[in-house]
Design a protein around this ligand. Structure first.
Ligand SMILES: C[S@@+](CC[C@H](N)C(=O)[O-])C[C@H]1O[C@@H](n2cnc3c(N)ncnc32)[C@H](O)[C@@H]1O
Length: 253
C-alpha cells in the first residue's frame, strides 16, 4: 500500500513538483541502457518523459490510477511510446527482461516497513536481467531525520497554470515506529490576485533507511551494491552532507 493517497493531489502534482535536478542523471542512464528500462513509481512522468526523449524502451509502473492518468494524457501525441502499468512495486505484474530499473525521487523511502521494502527489492531483482542495474534513490537519514521535528515548513511557492501560485507546506515528525516519519502535506492554491482559492492536504508517512541496511536487504535478494552516490552530479555519498542516497545495484546471477 502506498504511504500517501496520491489521488488527492494528482491533478495539481505538476504545478508544485518542479524539481529537476535529477533529470539529466536519469536521462543519461536511460540513454546508456542497452535494453528495456523500467521506471518504478513513475507518477505523472516527471522523469519518464526525459527518459523517453533519450530513446528509452520504457515501462512505467505506478499504483495510482490518478497519477498514471496525468502521465497518459502527456503521452498523447508524443513521438515515443511508453508502456504504462498500474501496479504495486511489491508485486510487479511484469516478466523478467529489464536491463535497467530506476526508482527516482527518493521513492524507496515511500516503502514503509522491512517486509514491504524486501518485497519491492525482490521484485526488482526478479524483473532484471542478470547483469542489469537498479538505481535506487532514498533519503539520507542523517540529513532528513532532524528535519522531522513536528513543525510546519513552507517548502516553496510555484507559479502554475492560469496565473495561479501553488504554496507547498510540509510537517513531519518521527513516529514511535523506528525509522518511520509521519506527517502531512498541504497545498494552497492562490489565484492571480493572490486570493486563497483552494487548500488540499494529505497524510503521509515514509521511512528512513540507512545505506548499510539497504545494501544488506538488496544483497539478500541478489542485488550487489555498486556505486553509492549522494547527489545528482555524481558526487560520492557522504552521510554528513548528501541530500539523497542514490544506490546503484547489479543483479547477480
Ligand atoms: C512522489 S511521487 C513521484 C513520482 C515521480 N517518480 C516523480 O519523480 O515525480 C511517488 C509515486 O509513487 C507511487 N507509489 C507509491 N507507493 C507505491 C507502490 N507501493 N507501488 C507503486 N507505486 C507507488 C505513487 O502513486 C506516486 O505516483
Amino acid at each position: 500500500m502506498p504511504a500517501y493517497d496520491y489521488s488527492v493531489l494528482a491533478d495539481l502534482y505538476d504545478d508544485f513538483c518542479v524539481f529537476d535536478e535529477d533529470i539529466e542523471f536519469f536521462r543519461s542512464a536511460a540513454a546508456a541502457a542497452r535494453g528495456p528500462v523500467l521506471e518504478l513509481m513513475a507518477g505523472t512522468g516527471r522523469v519518464s518523459l526525459p527518459m523517453l526523449g533519450a530513446g528509452a524502451d520504457l515501462t512505467c509502473v505506478d499504483s495510482s490510477p490518478s497519477m498514471l492518468e496525468v502521465l497518459s494524457r502527456k503521452l498523447v501525441g508524443h513521438k515515443q511510446r511508453a508502456r504504462l502499468v498500474c501496479g504495486e512495486v511489491c508485486s510487479l505484474p511484469l516478466a523478467t527482461g529489464f536491463e535497467l530499473v530506476v526508482l527516482p525521487f527518493r521513492g524507496f523511502s515511500e516503502l514503509v516497513g522491512e517486509s514491504t521494502q524486501l518485497a519491492a527489492l525482490a521484485e526488482t531483482a526478479r524483473v532484471l536481467r542478470t547483469g542489469g542495474s537498479f538505481i535506487c534513490t532514498t533519503h539520507n537519514p542523517t540529513i532528513r531525520g532532524p528535519a522531522a521535528d513536528g513543525s510546519w515548513r513552507e517548502i516553496g511557492r510555484f507559479q502554475g497554470r492560469q496565473g495561479r501560485t501553488f504554496v507547498l507546506h510540509l510537517k513531519t515528525a518521527l513516529s514511535d515506529r523506528p525509522g518511520v516519519v509521519v506527517g502531512e502535506q498541504r497545498v494552497e492554491v492562490l489565484d492571480a490576485h493572490g486570493r486563497d482559492v483552494e487548500r488540499r492536504s494529505v497524510a503521509l508517512e515514509f521511512s528512513l533507511v540507512s545505506p548499510a541496511v539497504l545494501v544488506e536487504m538488496a544483497r539478500s535478494v541478489g542485488l550487489a551494491a555498486g556505486r553509492m552516490l549522494g547527489d545528482w552530479d555524481g558526487a560520492a555519498f557522504d552521510e554528513t552532507s548528501s541530500p539523497a542516497l542514490i544506490a546503484i545495484f547489479e543483479k547477480v546471477g
